[in-house]
Structure formats: structure tokens, C-alpha cells
Write a protein that binds this ligand. Structure first.
Ligand SMILES: C[S@@+](CC[C@H](N)C(=O)[O-])C[C@H]1O[C@@H](n2cnc3c(N)ncnc32)[C@H](O)[C@@H]1O
Length: 243
């Protein structure tokens, strides 16, 4: 049976078929990258502290909302060596799971993060094939969604949407193009999307952005980086009608 979500995905994908990430090429690229913070940030390791500060501020603002997410369990998507799990998520959540396709990065994450009883499961799989098995208060995806094709990104977001705890949010933190077009990086086989396309993808996944902000204090020559907090649109509509 085709549900309305699948129809939306199919309709959407047909309009974006030119610049598409290649999963094998991306995996090959990452297999040659050192398992270090600088490697994770492709030579821009020096922005890590500013990045984490910006994320921390954003996350704290979500906890201040009228219906905030809980603090029990978070998922770090495209976690790399666990930079975000170590420096951000384990500071706020009792359990943090990591999903990352590169086995070397997962192994390094174990020593980079060190002994930390808040670290839960490591899933060694690509996001395009990942199926969450538990519910999360926050699902954090940063600097990885450009590796997913539009149709897989929508499917991934739908799976995340359907594994949120009550009050849960999906946080997307990604580079955005300043033009209205998609830019392809042939080296790592990822795309950088414009703001308008990100919004369309969220909508296609049945998600509504409830809070967004631009990362501040990054060097001017880098892409603009935005943080989005997303909730299931249906849930928000139900809340609105029951008030
Ligand atoms: C730019 S690094 C960012 C790592 C981490 N999110 C951070 O900010 O420190 C991109 C990460 O995404 C991972 N990755 C690339 N394609 C992926 C995919 N299809 N599924 C899961 N992880 C992927 C890479 O192996 C790498 O660890």
C-alpha cells in the first residue's frame, strides 16, 4: 500500500534529479580521512569549539520552550568520532546513541569519548539504511545530510519523525548555499542545499520547523550554517485544534 508520505516523496524526487550524492564514492572519501576532529571538520577543526557553543545555546533554547524535549535519550547521526556526542549531547542526555557508517570512526569514537556511562549504542550503518529501534528526545544530524539523496533524506527524516518521544525534536545543523541552487562537491560526493530546498524536504517528510537560527562567529569564507528544530506537522496540527 502506498501511503501519503510515499506519494509526497515520489512527487518531490522527480523535480531534483541532477546533482546526486554517490554513497560508494562518499564512503571511499571518508575512508581516507584521519579519525580526528580536524578530519571530521575537513581541516576546519579550529571551528569546533564555536560550533559546540552555538549548538549548546540552541539546545538550551529548546529546553526553554513551552513543550520542551525530554533529556533521556539522544541520537547523534553521522557521528564521526563522536565530537558532538562527547562535547554536547552527553552533557544534556542520559543516553546517547551514535550512528556512523565508517567503522574506523566508530572505533576511534570509543577512545575519543573515553569512559562515559551515558554512551549507549553504536550503529555502524549508513543513514540511508538506518532504522531507529527506540524513541528519542532529540535526534541530532549535523554535517552529514548533504551525503543523502533527496529521496533518502526524506525517508530518513520520516523514520526519525516516527521515533520521537512526546515533545521530541529532530535537530538539523547543515551548511546552506547562499544562492538558490544546489552545489555539488565531487570530492566527497555531497551536496550543499539552499534554504528553500531544505524547507521543502522538511515539509515532504511531514515536519515543521519550530525554531531556527544561524550559527554565529564562523569565518566568513565558510558556508552559512543553520540549525533547525523540527517536529511532526500532524502533532502540531492536533495540538492547535485541541487548544
Ligand atoms: C563532516 S563529518 C561530520 C561528523 C560529525 N557530525 C561532526 O560534526 O563532528 C561527516 C560524517 O558523516 C559520515 N557519513 C557520510 N555519509 C554518511 C552516510 N550515508 N551515513 C552515515 N554517515 C555518513 C562520515 O563518515 C563522517 O563521519
Amino acid at each position: 500500500m502506498i501511503d501519503s508520505d510515499s506519494i509526497k516523496v515520489q512527487t518531490f524526487v522527480s523535480t531534483n534529479s541532477e546533482k546526486v550524492p554517490n554513497y560508494e564514492r562518499a564512503a571511499k572519501y571518508w575512508s581516507k580521512i584521519p579519525a580526528t576532529v580536524d578530519g571530521m571538520l575537513v581541516g576546519f577543526g579550529f571551528v569546533s569549539d564555536v560550533d559546540i557553543k552555538g549548538s549548546d545555546k540552541f539546545l538550551k533554547s529548546l529546553f526553554q520552550m513551552q513543550f520542551p524535549p525530554g533529556k533521556e535519550r539522544a541520537l547523534d547521526c553521522g557521528a564521526g568520532i563522536g565530537r558532538i556526542s562527547k562535547n554536547l549531547l552527553t552533557k544534556h542526555f542520559n543516553i546517547v546513541d551514535l550512528v556512523e557508517q565508517n567503522r574506523t570512526f566508530i572505533e576511534e569514537a570509543k577512545s575519543y569519548i573515553g569512559q562515559n556511562e551515558r554512551i549507549g549504542n553504536f550503529y555502524n550503518i549508513g543513514l540511508q539504511n538506518f532504522k531507529p529501534s527506540v524513541q528519542y528526545d532529540v535526534i541530532w544530524s549535523q554535517w552529514v545530510l548533504g551525503h543523502l539523496r533527496d529521496e533518502d533524506l526524506i525517508e530518513f527524516l520520516i523514520k526519525c519523525r516516527d521515533h520521537l518521544m512526546p515533545g521530541g525534536v529532530i535537530v538539523v545543523k547543515e551548511n546552506l548555499t547562499s544562492s538558490d541552487s544546489i552545489e555539488m562537491d565531487e570530492e566527497d560526493s555531497s551536496v550543499t542545499r539552499p534554504y528553500s530546498l531544505m524547507q521543502k524536504l522538511f515539509t515532504a517528510a511531514g515536519l515543521t520547523c519550530i525554531c531556527e537560527t544561524k550559527q554565529k562567529n564562523f569565518p566568513k569564507f565558510l558556508y552559512r550554517v543553520d540549525m533547525f528544530a523540527l517536529r511532526p506537522t500532524k502533532l502540531l496540527q492536533n495540538e492547535a485544534t485541541s487548544q
